[in-house]
Design a binder for this molecule. Structure first.
Ligand SMILES: [Zn+2]
Length: 471
């Protein structure tokens, strides 16, 4: 105990020192990963994703704590036999002495750089400006990868320094195609079920409240999207001859779509659920600024701003196939296709929400218009049971590392693979953490990582792992 010997270093202190000492190496390792343009999209060279997987495997081997480190691939679900996903990295060490096993997840692939003219630094040249490191993947999610590596290094160093033993079980799964649909994710889980089995899963691929306040992400909305084709006529007709008596497909589509929202802009589809939970304050002015509402335009929805973003469904028309203005002859359109994109509240499955929306559309089709639905995509929402011991331990570690209690946050976007993790490993407690902050601009030009956030994220994870190892 420290009261007996005030000069003795506590385990938490040793870990904090090891994290601080290891930070320059962590930033350098992160820079090396950023230099590998591991874009997982089909138009980009997959050799870079393989190179990035090898580099990550090397970093994990270098920690010296794993029984096995492998680069592995799995069959893509729904693709022809033999079509494998991009290489992932799997590292494992067995638990000793009855200690728990923790699975650490991140992904080493990145989004395309996008318009290079929009970048102020080279996308694949890691560049520190002020307290931020710029580059594609500098945050999403190569910083997640390196935060796991750095936390493990710090833990191993602190444990060795104290002359004790690392008994904690660890599994690390670094995916190679998160940015392009995670097509082999479920098969990878099934193929490696025993190696990945854990008491706690830490997914380091989310956001923080700001650079001084951590998030523990406890809710994610799901997603559901499909194309809807509305047909009213067998062929186009002259709008002067038949307009006013024959219903055109655009009229039917506009009337049908207008039934999806009430006068506040809230979703008005029976059967779509909302989640009921409190939210932190979020200023309407911040919403106006962040989402760039132009002067005179009011926000939509009801309830607290964050409940609208985290806990209520939303529906957006994201595309319309209809005659372009350049081709706008004076005709009645026989057919219009729209893409509908829905965010699904935590607590409802994506399939349920889709069924409710399709039933509503069918029930409201004007003039007997014919509706066809196609190109479905979906992913379930996610809600953490925050009563588990791992949530309490993670919140304590974050509070100690950041000096501020974490926000239990929702995310309006979706990480569909988390629902797959919960399904394959129902016993595991899932902690969704991250290295991003509101200025990160993941997926956009000028993506960056705040180096203070990086350090505190590493420290949070190292403290948590250290306590689980000692506990
Ligand atoms: Zn990510």
């Amino acid at each position: 105990m420290t009261d007996a010997d005030p000069s003795a270093t506590s385990p938490d202190q040793s870990i904090a020192e090891a994290v601080a000492g290891g930070l320059p190496a962590a930033v350098a390792d992160l820079g090396d990963l950023v230099r590998i343009p591991s874009v997982s999209w089909p138009a980009f060279d997959p050799a870079f994703v393989a190179q990035s997987a090898d580099a990550v495997a090397e970093l994990l081997r270098g920690t010296g704590v794993f029984d096995s480190v492998e680069v592995k691939r799995a069959q893509k679900a729904g693709f022809p036999e033999g079509e494998l996903g991009h290489p992932a990295v799997l590292a494992t060490r067995a638990a000793r002495g009855g200690k728990p096993t923790v699975l650490l997840y991140a992904h080493h692939d990145v989004q395309p750089p996008g318009d290079e003219a929009g970048w102020q630094t080279k996308p694949f040249e890691p560049t520190v400006v002020g307290d931020r490191l710029y580059g594609r993947g500098a945050a999403d999610d190569k910083a997640g990868v390196v935060s796991h590596v750095a936390a493990i290094r710090a833990l191993a160093e602190a444990v060795a320094g104290a002359g004790s033993e690392l008994e904690l079980g660890l599994a690390v799964f670094i995916e190679g195609e998160e940015e392009h649909g995670s097509h082999s994710f479920v098969n990878f889980l099934e193929d490696n079920r025993d190696a990945l089995a854990a008491d706690v899963i830490i997914v380091a691929d989310s956001d923080n409240w700001d650079t001084e306040t951590p998030n523990l992400t406890v809710a994610l909305r799901g997603a559901c999207a499909f194309n809807l084709t509305v047909s009213t006529l067998g062929h186009a007709s002259h709008s002067g001859m038949w307009g006013g008596a024959a219903p055109d497909a655009m009229l039917a589509t506009i009337k049908l779509l207008s039934t999806l929202w009430d006068e506040n802009g809230s979703v008005a589809v029976p059967g779509l659920a909302s989640h009921d939970a409190g939210t932190p304050d979020f200023d309407e002015a911040e919403l106006r600024a962040s989402a760039a509402l132009i002067d005179g335009v009011s926000p939509i929805g009801t309830g607290s701003v964050l409940s609208r973003l985290w806990f209520q469904p939303s529906i957006t028309v994201t595309g319309i196939d209809a005659p372009s203005i350049a081709n706008a002859s004076n005709t009645l359109s026989p057919q219009v296709t729209v893409r509908l994109s829905m965010r699904v509240a935590p607590g409802q499955t994506s399939d349920d929400a889709r069924d409710a929306l399709v039933a509503h559309l069918r029930a409201n089709a004007p003039f007997g218009a014919r509706l066809e639905f196609h190109d479905f995509e979906g992913g379930d929402p996610f809600l953490v049971d925050t009563r588990g011991w791992a949530v309490a331990a993670a919140k304590q570690a974050m509070a100690d590392a950041w000096g501020t209690a974490p926000v239990e946050a929702g995310i309006g976007g979706s990480i569909p693979f988390i629902a797959d993790l919960v399904r394959v490993f129902p016993e595991a407690q899932i902690l969704v953490t991250g290295v991003e902050d509101p200025d990160t601009r993941a997926h956009s030009p000028n993506e960056s990582l705040h180096l203070g956030v990086f350090k505190r994220a590493i420290l949070s994870e190292a403290l948590l792992l250290g306590r689980l190892n000692a506990g």
